[in-house]
Ligand binder design. Structure first.
Ligand SMILES: NC(=O)c1ccc[n+]([C@@H]2O[C@H](COP(=O)([O-])OP(=O)(O)OC[C@H]3O[C@@H](n4cnc5c(N)ncnc54)[C@H](OP(=O)(O)O)[C@@H]3O)[C@@H](O)[C@H]2O)c1
Length: 310
């Protein structure tokens, strides 16, 4: 069994990435955790807090901005030793202007979840600095959440259709407000891309995982003030737990730990909540949404994403 002694986590200064860094540091196997963050100061602060929480000095900051391919290439160059595992966790709703275009041509929301991660995987593999495993952090939105987010429904799942989602020109079927600039579609494309990688690089294991609907992250911080207040302080901590619609930060991050290095899981698979759920036990999602298993769609997602990388 290959051990994951060193792990690079993107977006590790807060939320699920930071909690996963804490939980993984407390396992006996982990010897080194790289905190891949865009903001040096926030990352150093998180490093101090993680050292205090775990009583371990195994954290190192790697500055990388997933919106900027050159910053990711630079981070790979600076990495002195190969990493055993990579957790592609940075992501979310794309900040205050999710639909605005980045210099790559992808929208902010697409690039935050995908652009730098595609570059990171490609570059690490190219220079032999990735040993064992990649976790792509997806979402139940990638297969739809009843009553909250429609299942991604594309006409062809072609390269050009995926490009239209990534550059924000996709308009049919219309994305409604709850889909927030195509969040579920973007995680769907990311999950297909991870599965394409699993076939392309059989020596490395690629798994997609959703943390489930998780409280205690910074995910609500960019919402308009009233919506942020309602979600962050009323719905998420009080209403949703009562109906089993949300779980704690500890439980969300524990899903990464459950999946990483798990010999029972096959490369290319996607683990998330059971159909209709956003918390609780995880199951393989191909049985819920067979399009995730379509290798033509997977390869199209891979090609569409690479068309944005210069
Ligand atoms: N929370 C949930 O309910 C939930 C459910 C399903 C999936 N997810 C997924 O889980 C992952 C973690 O989300 P979270 O809820 O923990 O969110 P979060 O608390 O908002 O944390 C997001 C992390 O991503 C980083 N990040 C954002 N843009 C970046 C960039 N351009 N370059 C580098 N890092 C960047 C943030 O850094 P800054 O602090 O610098 O902004 C932060 O560290 C995301 O991929 C999200 O889509 C979350």
């Amino acid at each position: 069994m290959k051990k994951n002694k060193s792990i690079l986590i993107t977006g590790a200064n807060v939320g699920l990435g930071k909690e996963a860094a804490k939980q993984l540091a407390l396992t006996t196997e982990t010897e080194k955790i790289y905190l891949g963050c865009r903001n040096d100061q926030k990352a150093e602060q998180a490093k101090k807090e993680l050292e205090a929480l775990t009583n371990k000095s195994i954290f190192e900051v790697i500055v990388l901005d997933v919106l900027n391919p050159d910053s990711v290439r630079n981070a790979v160059r600076e990495l002195k030793n190969p990493v055993d595992a990579l957790i592609l966790n940075a992501g979310g709703q794309g900040g205050k202007h999710p639909g605005a275009l980045t210099p790559s041509g992808m929208t902010n929301i697409a690039a935050t979840n995908l652009l730098g991660h595609v570059v990171l995987v490609d570059e690490l593999i190219k220079v032999g600095k990735l040993n064992n495993e990649v976790l792509y952090v997806s979402s139940e939105g990638a297969r739809g959440i009843k009553g909250i987010m429609k299942r991604p429904s594309l006409k062809t799942n072609s390269v050009s259709e995926f490009i239209s989602v990534l550059n924000g020109s996709f308009s049919e079927p219309k994305l409604d407000g709850s889909e927030s600039y195509g969040y579920g579609y973007i995680k769907y494309i990311g999950t297909l891309w991870a599965s394409a990688n699993a076939r392309k690089y059989p020596q490395i294991k690629f798994i997609s995982v959703s943390p489930g609907n998780t409280s205690g992250t910074a995910g609500y911080d960019n919402l308009p003030l009233l919506t942020k207040f309602l979600f962050k302080y009323i719905f998420a901590p009080i209403v949703m737990p009562l109906i089993g619609m949300i779980h704690s930060l500890q439980k969300g991050a524990a899903r990464y730990v459950e999946v990483l290095g798990n010999q029972d899981l096959a490369s290319g698979d996607f683990y998330a909540s059971k159909d209709g759920k956003v918390t609780g036990a995880m199951v393989e999602q191909g049985q819920i949404f067979p399009d995730l298993k379509n290798i033509v769609f997977q390869d199209n997602a891979y090609e569409a994403l690479h068309s944005f990388i210069k």
